[in-house]
Design a protein around this ligand. Structure first.
Ligand code: HEC
Ligand code: HEC
Ligand code: HEC
Ligand code: HEC
Ligand code: HEC
Length: 266
């Protein structure tokens, strides 16, 4: 090794130890998220209940648990301790420049949920949101902060807000949506059963394509082409029924074979 190279290696090591020393002396403190610090103040529970409720909902939500914080959706400066400085620009949902303004919500959520956004953008719902004319946004169905996925029991009541006899806008939709969600849950449960079987016999790849198909459908939901989505769920369930029969046949064959070899031995 040339002396020069050895020297550069040595300086590299020194630099590295230097760095380690610096870090162990003064661990870089993770900057506190000032939005969370201030909004979580228990005093808001009596002084500004709405403010406190938003924080509470976020805290237990899938976003709160996965590190998606206030600034990710609202913008502002999460290091500023002063309210005005932290809030920065447009915040209130009534402000058309705000990320949480009605017409801007699909884009906000779509920034991270891109595939869902693409499916949603193809729907009539999206077109009506774009025209600021009564289409549901992501938040209408998922909530802004606790981001629930509507169960078959709850979904009808959400669709019904707009699809009912009074509006005359496709009043059959709530019942349809409930039926599709049921099929969806049934195929998921059936697939878990089949998945466990194939896992146990060492062939998990047998159900992988169906699992992928089901995941794609969760996204395709957002086109609100209910006929197509329901048809696909039915196809998954049909495919699984056939597999179930094949599994049962295989088990029966196995039993017969065992009985025959037992008879031979006698
Ligand atoms: C020092 C306390 C404090 C900090 C820091 C703070 N907020 Fe606020 N925030 C408030 C108060 C108080 C309100 C109620 C409205 C008001 O007084 O302006 C509020 C209101 C809001 C609103 C509702 C909009 C409105 O106009 O009512 C949003 C959204 C919001 N804050 C988000 C954030 C985000 C995002 C951050 C961090 C980037 C943040 N806040 C940092 C205290 C704070
Ligand atoms: C996943 C995105 C997202 C995250 C994360 C998020 N919010 Fe929001 N927030 C929204 C949306 C969308 C709305 C508007 C719709 C609504 O009011 O339900 C909203 C509304 C609000 C409002 C009422 C605004 C108004 O004009 O009345 C407050 C206050 C608020 N959020 C505070 C917070 C705080 C504090 C945090 C962090 C602890 C937070 N939000 C995290 C998306 C988010
Ligand atoms: C900064 C990125 C980000 C933004 C913006 C964002 N999300 Fe999320 N979202 C996530 C992450 C991360 C998760 C948790 C992991 C996952 O399920 O992908 C999640 C999970 C979800 C889930 C649960 C999915 C499940 O399978 O249980 C829903 C529903 C959801 N988000 C809806 C929304 C809505 C509605 C908005 C807009 C108000 C939004 N998200 C904005 C990142 C984001
Ligand atoms: C009219 C109601 C409705 C609207 C509007 C809506 N969703 Fe959904 N979303 C659903 C339903 C129902 C499901 C569950 C579908 C399933 O499990 O088959 C779902 C599932 C999801 C999931 C979970 C997907 C997964 O892979 O597990 C995410 C994330 C999500 N939606 C985000 C969004 C975003 C972002 C928007 C806006 C661009 C949006 N949704 C608009 C009803 C809606
Ligand atoms: C906030 C109001 C609102 C909610 C909530 C809502 N919708 Fe809609 N929906 C509309 C509007 C507006 C249209 C478009 C009507 C038109 O232009 O003909 C529409 C149209 C539709 C269409 C026809 C789409 C097409 O391409 O022909 C379907 C299907 C649909 N909605 C399903 C649902 C389902 C399922 C739910 C519940 C999970 C739901 N909607 C919730 C407002 C809503």
């Amino acid at each position: 090794m040339s002396p020069r190279k050895r020297f550069s290696n040595l300086s590299l090591w020194i630099a590295l130890f230097g760095l380690i020393a610096v870090f162990s002396m003064a661990p870089p403190a993770v900057a506190a998220d000032q939005c969370v610090s201030c909004h979580s103040d228990a005093a808001w529970a009596v002084k500004n209940k709405k403010l406190f409720d938003y924080y509470q909902q976020w805290q237990g939500s899938v976003h709160g648990l996965n590190g998606v914080t206030c600034v990710d959706c609202h913008g502002g400066d999460s290091r500023a301790t002063d309210k005005t400085a932290a809030h920065g620009g447009a915040l209130a949902e009534s402000n058309p420049k705000s990320a949480i303004y009605y017409g801007n919500i699909p884009k906000l959520c779509g920034g991270c949920h891109e595939d869902v956004y693409r499916a949603f953008a193809r729907s009539k719902h999206a077109a009506r949101v774009k025209e600021l004319d009564g289409g549901p946004t992501c938040v209408t169905c998922h909530g802004s902060l606790n981001t629930e996925i509507l169960s078959p029991l709850k979904i009808a009541s959400v669709c019904e807000r707009c699809h009912n006899d009074v509006t005359g806008n496709r009043p059959n939709i709530p019942a349809r949506a409930q039926a599709v969600r049921r099929d969806d849950q049934m195929s998921a449960a059936f697939l878990r059963w089949a998945g466990a079987y194939y896992e146990a016999v060492g062939q998990p790849e047998e159900v992988a394509p169906l699992q992928k198909q089901l995941a794609d459908l969760r996204v395709a939901w957002h086109t609100f082409d209910l006929d197509r989505v329901q048809g696909s769920y039915e196809a998954i369930v049909k495919g699984l029924r056939e597999r179930q029969k094949a599994i049962q046949r295989a088990k029966l064959e196995e039993k017969k074979r065992a009985a025959r070899s037992k008879a031979k031995k006698r």
